[in-house]
Design a protein around this ligand. Sequence first.
Ligand code: PLP
Length: 492
Amino acid sequence: MFLELDGHGPHYSQLTRAMKSAILSGRLAAGARLPPTRVLAEDLGVSRITVLTAYEQLRAEGYIVGRVGSGSYVSTSQADPMPPRRTTPRSIAPLTRYAKRARQLADWSITAKHRDRRLDMQYGRPQVNPTLGAIWGRELAWAATHTKLDCTNIQGLPALREQICDYVARRRGIRTSPDQVLIVGGTQQAVALTSRVLLDEGDEVALEEPHYFSASQQFSAHGASLLAIPTDHEGLVCSALPKQAPRLVMVTPSHQFPAGPALSLSRRQELLSYARETGCWIMEDDYDNELRYDASALPALRSLDGDDRVIYVGTFSRVMFGALRLGYMVLPEALCGDFINAKYLCDRGSPAIEQAALAHFMEYGGFERHLRYVTRELGARRRELIAGLQQHAGDRVQIADSHAGMHVTAWLPNYDHAQVDALIADAHERGLGLYSIAPHYRKPPDVPGLALGYCGLSRAQLQEAMQLFGECLDAVDAAAAQPSAAARRRQA
Ligand SMILES: Cc1ncc(COP(=O)(O)O)c(C=O)c1O
């Protein structure tokens, strides 16, 4: 018999309540025999006295009849069981404008739709360090015993904010103080808070075209109006920004997502001048700044920002693991108070133990060691992927090599979108998960492309994946070489 005890008060009263509810809802029908007290006690892992006391109580209230020894039965004089609760219909009209807009968004699982494939080339799956799980477990254990569990800090644990100041100064050239750092639940929460603080419904946000799918979804659900600004080999084409400035421009300067180029120095200066002259804000999504495979990385846009217009966002999702859900913002001074209010209203602060563990990991050098490992390993996987692409796809693909990040963008200039969709479907059948770049565009690009993630696969798997990729391309080429049915009919 399935009885769920609610955990409140002594066992016998929990059991009495659970049995009453089963009788009233009709799950225990009138006249049904109850299990012997010894059996029920064993089933539920409680003492027999507990069950006897509950049965006595139910008998006293008239829910059951019978005697100990001769069996107990649900009383037949019970009123009709409660009519089944009317459930809300499965589908109702959205109750708010937000819910309505969120329903209209494209299915967000499309960026993970080959998760079940043996060789999944999803581009955001970062866990490459096999020792990280064990190390992280130790850090959490340490943090659990060294964290005050009765207080939360809305802005984030001071120790972590200090580590982040040190980190962004060393690696990204950003000088800031812990007062301007806000710990958030990843970039996704940074975008959500930015929407709340900066945007009313209808306000404009300029996004790179292509851009980070999840960010544009967040802005759209919030009711912002999106402007897609083209990008080229130097990143955002700043001259295409409108004269009438949007409230916010969101960019990925160190590694344009997902196409690859870095925003050139002259474009950075152009963008900062635009913000200064028009009064708009800039959001710098520095999502994979840690992963550089050459020495030419530019410092963050925020480090050049003399006017305090850049909201800088970093995340640990990429370089640690996605489920950590920790990121950080370096905020313009004028916006700090509003962001802290928004964070308080949203969740009153990020989880303290994880923050303490991360601060400790950073302070004692574990994070830097992990970064060195990941960069070395991913650099090797990247080289393997590119070599495999060159060998098996040859000049059928154009590789946008940016010496950074966790994916390589491969353009397929000789194919149309339908052919690339067929290629992806065929690869899926053969166990290879390929992802089109198209969901990251407002309007599909002229040339189809793939974002090939290489961090979820070992070097040997990448070789195999590229061989399969070449075979799938051969199949598309062979299909294109076949005369169409109409042409065959004409020939006949
Ligand atoms: C462009 C971009 N920004 C940020 C992120 C990280 O988002 P989050 O910190 O919410 O996990 C990703 C992850 O895929 C990304 O591709």
